[in-house]
Ligand binder design. Structure first.
Ligand code: NAD
Length: 510
């Protein structure tokens, strides 16, 4: 693990740039609170410079033969395999994601790259022969230009995988803004892209805050902006991009339900609640948050969950023996603690209080919140409605599956929901009726495999576009349609039949 002071840099037009406007924010290790480096807060000019570099690279890159573009995606995947440990450590250092989970995140991106290697099969167009005499119609999935991407702090590698391989594999160029709280992965990843020989300007990195992003809204070189982040940020970007009709792919926040039916496999469910609720210290968009339990198993579930939660070890993200690392920042810690206070004030029963968890002395200045469990929660409480984004579980009693489905429907977020049951009627009903974008059965985290799209509905997705799978190909391409009249060169003029064919006239007029 590196102990050197980390100087995060922008990467524009093939060059690492250390200082453009001299503004830096400290980069901290959330496990210790120590300052470990600095991140540039790029100006709007720097952000536009990155877009200009991507725009300059676009003509040559989009004209690069598809197999050659694919070679870069294959090489990117191999480079990630070869450097998996270093990439995982980069995530464990600044985001303080537990090292085992960080390895899992990088592994998932490798799978996404496998999916991106299917671009040649997925980007194929369509042809309709003979729409009129000597006239054929053809649909081409064409690249669009420069896309920009904005990442949240909690999945620095995954979000790179959702955006960059699909954008550049389909022939676009890219400007990427990592979160200032977890920029190190992209620094390492960009170096790998350079090492595999990716032409300059195809991928550019700018670090910074909202100012860096706002520079793109009126930049005529920007075709579209993608975000994975909170719902207010998704709305801000939708508004900015709407002004000039730019494309957007905006994944927002979440508040996920788990439903426990009377025949739930209890051991499996408890294991999954721990992984889903406390993994990444609850900072996942698919983390379980509200758990609706039927009366038949409510008491047993609460007892088993509390017993298991008390055994969850909390400590440094680099310590393989702890289960849960810190939350991202001092601000996040105090926001979560505030929600614990709110829950108490609105009448929920604080059955396990994660404030002031037991942590090693070396981590006393880190940002730790331990497993927290509220029971007797009702759907209208603030802790049940709002995204806490920490290791806090709300247990609610629900009479039957219809009641659980109603709670899910009435919630303003709609990312994921899972059910634990062995009954096929419940399973099918839940899959059909749960009002969310991603459903799971007997799994704690219902993250779709990269071959399928990932994204929620309602407040969890602004607009319609989701990441990965075929949806990614559709987002990063335009359906360009060509109408082609075939003229016989020997005739030297169009045939008289074609001139008089009324279907040709209507086709051309339209
Ligand atoms: P955030 O919204 O605070 O920040 C996300 C990114 O947007 C950062 O890079 C930030 O610099 C930038 N940003 C912030 N405000 C902006 C603005 N007004 N205009 C333009 N850019 C702005 O989110 P976060 O705290 O980094 O991440 C956690 C959030 O992300 C949670 O809400 C979580 O649910 C969500 N998330 C969602 C998914 C999903 O798949 N739906 C996945 C991961 C995270």
């Amino acid at each position: 693990m590196t102990t050197e002071y980390i100087k995060i840099r922008n990467h524009i037009n093939g060059e690492w740039l250390t200082d453009q406007n001299g503004q830096y924010e400290p980069l901290k290790n959330p496990s210790t609170g120590a300052i470990i480096g600095e991140v540039p807060m790029s100006s709007q000019e720097t952000s536009q410079q990155a877009v200009a570099a991507a725009a300059e690279a676009f003509p040559a890159w989009s004209a690069t033969p598809l197999p050659k573009r694919m070679n870069y995606i294959f090489d990117m995947q191999q480079a990630m395999r070869d450097n998996l440990e270093e990439l995982a450590q980069s995530i464990a250092i600044d985001q303080a994601k537990h090292i085992a989970e960080a390895r899992g995140e990088v592994g998932r991106v490798i799978e996404i790259l496998q999916m991106a290697c299917s671009i040649p099969a997925l980007i194929q167009g369509e042809t309709v022969q003979g729409i009129a005499n000597n006239i054929n119609g053809r649909l081409i999935k064409a690249p669009l230009g420069v896309f920009c991407g904005v990442a949240p702090f909690n999945f620095p590698a995954l979000v790179f995988g959702w955006f960059v391989p699909f954008a550049i594999g389909t022939g676009n160029t890219f400007v990427y803004k990592p979160s200032t709280e977890s920029p190190l992965f992209m620094q390492k990843m960009m170096q790998l892209l350079i090492d595999i020989g990716l032409p300059k300007g195809v991928v550019n990195i700018v670090h910074g805050d909202r100012t860096t992003v706002e520079a793109w809204y009126d930049d005529e070189n920007v075709t579209g902006v993608c975000l994975v982040g909170s719902t207010p940020t998704a709305h801000a970007i939708a508004e900015g991009c709407g002004r000039n009709g730019k494309k957007t792919m905006l994944l927002g926040g979440a508040k996920n339900f788990m439903v426990a039916m009377e025949d739930a496999p209890m051991d499996l469910m408890i294991d999954n609640v721990l992984m889903s609720g406390y993994g990444s210290a609850g900072q996942r968009c698919l983390a379980v948050s509200n758990i609706a339990v039927v009366p038949e198993i409510y008491d047993e579930f609460v007892e088993r969950l509390l017993e298991a939660s008390k055994k969850v070890t909390v400590g440094d993200a680099m310590d393989p023996d702890v289960f849960m690392g810190p939350v991202i920042s001092a601000n996040a810690k105090s926001r979560i603690e505030k929600y614990i206070e709110i829950g108490q004030n609105e009448g929920a029963n604080l059955a396990l209080d994660g404030r002031n968890p037991n942590i090693p002395d070396a981590n006393k200045d880190g940002y730790f919140v331990g497993p927290t469990v509220f029971t007797e929660v009702t759907p209208c409480m603030q802790i049940a409605r709002e995204e806490i984004f920490g290791p806090v579980l709300n247990i609610m009693k629900v009479g039957c599956i219809n009641g659980a489905l109603r709670m899910i429907k009435n919630h303003e977020m709609g990312n994921g929901a899972v059910i634990f049951t062995q009954n096929t009627f419940y399973t099918e009903k839940f899959i059909n009726e749960a009002d969310v974008g991603m459903v799971g059965v007997n799994v704690g985290i219902c993250a779709p495999h990269p071959y399928l799209p990932f994204g929620g509905i309602k407040g969890s997705l602004v607009g319609n576009n989701k990441v990965q799978g075929k949806d990614a190909i559709d987002f990063f391409t335009q359906n360009k349609v060509a109408t082609v009249r075939v003229v016989d060169p020997n005739a030297g003029k169009t045939t008289s039949a074609a001139k008089t064919d009324s279907s040709v006239r209507s086709c051309v007029a339209n």
